[in-house]
Design a protein around this ligand. Structure first.
Ligand code: RIB
Ligand code: CA
Length: 313
């Protein structure tokens, strides 16, 4: 039985690869819908990018919804400096023919979780947590019905990427992150600690081109664009690939290792806003609310990605 998921996303090249990985794996993953959130770029462009990726995948059966246009309490901060003006610079993907659904993405999340049997819907969050938090606030009854929240966000041993203390997804909407991490649903987080091990070296990026289909070529073009910022910043042999870790975890959890611990979100301090404070060594008696994934097998990760992208058009 395929696992039913909702993908909440701000595409973003790495989001796009995560979406393609999920859509290439229908035997294991049933994507109930994709909800766009403001993050890497503005909501409208992120939603359009999600439509483009669904069309690229050939999975025109998957619906796309628009969620929240800005964080719960703060002004939106975007990341065009990493992802380009469109948020999906790199490949020249055609204007989407698919249209957005009319209901709000937050209502789609609520309705789906209420409709489906308890503990059968997993929320996969690849951007700021605004939509998930708003769904939990608007419909607290869904909390115990959620099977699991698997999210890309945060950092602890690896420290931040948008500030010295914070990772981008959490930094953009720290109040939303606090709401999600305090909700009580099972949470598995993919922080920079593990995504910074998943480096897209030239060989690994070339393997996508070598697949020979349009999806592989698009993935190589996406990573070839978004890697520029990180290669310059970190000087590593490849750029980290963040969001596909969420979907890879659903497909092959054995690739990843971590431990359950307490994770709290800083929302008050301007200096450390959005920091995920992980009590990894259990030095407090704070509730152990998240599985903090600290490491992963990069070769297995990229082998999975390449093999699944090859299944697409
Ligand atoms: O910090 C990395 C995260 O921020 C990824 O989800 C990337 O897409 C950006 O949204
Ligand atoms: Ca993202």
């Amino acid at each position: 039985m395929a696992r039913k998921i909702i993908i909440d996303t701000d595409p973003g090249q790495d989001d796009a690869v995560a979406i393609l990985l999920a859509l290439a794996s229908p035997e294991e993953i049933d994507v109930a819908g994709i909800v766009a959130v403001a993050g890497n770029v503005g909501l409208a462009q992120n939603a359009k990018n999600a439509l483009k990726v669904v069309e690229l995948s050939g999975r025109r059966d998957v619906a796309v919804y628009a969620g929240c246009a800005r964080p719960m309490m703060r002004e939106l901060i975007t990341a065009e400096h990493v992802h380009g003006h469109t948020g999906l610079d790199g490949p020249d993907l055609p204007e989407p023919k698919l249209r957005l659904e009319t209901i709000h993405g937050v209502d789609f999340i609520i309705d789906t979780i209420r409709r489906e049997p308890e503990k059968t819907v997993t929320l996969c969050a690849l951007g700021p947590l605004t939509n998930l938090a708003m769904a939990l606030i608007k419909a607290p009854d869904i909390t115990e019905r959620i099977e699991e929240i698997v999210l890309m966000g945060g950092a602890y041993f690896e420290v931040g990427n948008i500030t010295p203390a914070a990772e981008f997804n959490i930094y953009v909407d720290p109040e939303a992150a606090r709401t999600v991490f305090a909700c009580g649903a099972p949470i598995t987080m993919m922080p920079l600690d593990v995504t910074h091990q998943m480096l897209g070296t030239p060989e690994r990026v070339a393997a996508f081109s070598a697949v020979g289909n349009r999806s592989g070529a698009a993935v190589a073009a996406m990573l070839g664009f978004s890697e520029r910022f990180d290669l310059k910043k970190y000087g590593w042999p490849g750029a980290p690939l963040h969001d596909p870790c969420v979907i890879a975890y659903l497909l092959k959890p054995e690739i990843f290792k971590g431990r359950v611990c307490n994770v709290e979100i800083e929302t008050a301090s301007p200096l450390t806003r959005g920091m995920t404070v992980a009590d990894y060594w259990h030095v407090t008696d704070r509730p152990r609310n998240a599985s903090f994934i600290r490491s992963g097998d990069a070769d297995a990760f990229y082998a999975l990605l390449t093999e699944r992208i090859a299944r697409l058009p």
